[in-house]
Ligand binder design. Sequence first.
Ligand code: AFD
Ligand code: MN
Ligand code: MN
Length: 413
Amino acid sequence: MLNYLRDEVAERYDILGRDLARKGIDIEEVKKKISNFMVEVPSWVFGPFGGGRFSSYIPPGAARNVFEKFDDAALVHRLTGATPKVSIHVGWDCPGNIPFEKIEADHFRGLKDYAENLGLGIGSVNPTYFLEGTHFGSLSADDINVRRKLIEHTLVAAEIASKYGSGILVLWLPDGSLYPGQVNFRLKESNLRESLREIYDRTPSSVKILIEYKLFEPGTYHTVIPDSFTAYDLARNLGDRAGVIIDLGHHAFGVNVEHIAARFIESGIPAGIHFNSRYVADDDQAVEPNMQIFLLFHELAMGSVIGNQDSRKNWIYIIDQCSKLENRIHAILHTIDSLMISYAKALIVDEEKLRGYQIRNEIILANRTLLDAFLTDVRPIICAAKLEKGLPPDPVSAYLESGYQEKIEMERL
Ligand code: AFD
Ligand code: MN
Ligand code: MN
């Protein structure tokens, strides 16, 4: 996406800088923020998950174990300078062949050391609620034994997060139902509330718990946490250490996700984003620099929950993608580019002019002011930020030239 600019980058950067200065925006400040932008990559994007319903196809070169996933993540970080942390799924990523019930926090010590040797760290930790025995629910199951087992599993995940990760737990539940009458909505919710209460009360005080919501899948008729309101309500009832993850793929079409983000910013609740994009349902496809992502970044930037000097105010940013057919490393690099581009566009909105139009109820003029930023080609800023750090301007081209794909396809048969 960026390579063609390589020779002209300085010239284009100067022209854009002069344009932005007229709006009172310092291009150097924008570049600095882009340079500091960091996002977690998910371990699962590098592995076999995502074969899909229609075949067991796995893109060639997929990582065969958690260490290979971290090797790939290290390469992504070398090419982008933006992904020092890897989000892990406890059930998928436990080193060794340990049965699910026997997984302990200390099994992850070696992974932390391995990551550190690669210049990486473990980021957010996901307990895995969907592997076995949870066809009829996990934390909301009527079967107390299922709930107990997963509460204990979540506490192990919390210990991993506090000892070896960044102190963030992300909970996604596969709980729901397929037909009206199958379950009692209120019983499911009270089961869930009880499980969460126990988890919250027994997790170290340094650990934050972020809850995902999802409108569909695997529940087709209902899911126990279907929307942002439910997740917010559950989190608020737990306490200050609980919040919400907005996963972009988990809404009905047309939902105003940037408004949800704005509401969470206003409420002050801890929050984060799972970045991905979808064309149908929860595809977990790569992010494109589209209008939705731009508008989302605009809310995050205006709300100072990204790039804030006081890091406690910043939200957690994680990529959650793993689509089945594409080359996953291309896809993740593409996402990181798209996020940087969208963030840079959000940083060059003429806020003063926008506010002026809002006050005067100039509807179209306000909209055009926002669009002016969206339509600006900010790639010279991204390019300049990368060149300054000694990074390739186009990470996908650099990946193609690196020979890494050929190497993993040979080694990982
Ligand atoms: C699934 C869920 C959810 C979750 C992810 C990792 O839809 O997005 O974050 O698995 O647990 O894709
Ligand atoms: Mn997610
Ligand atoms: Mn999802």
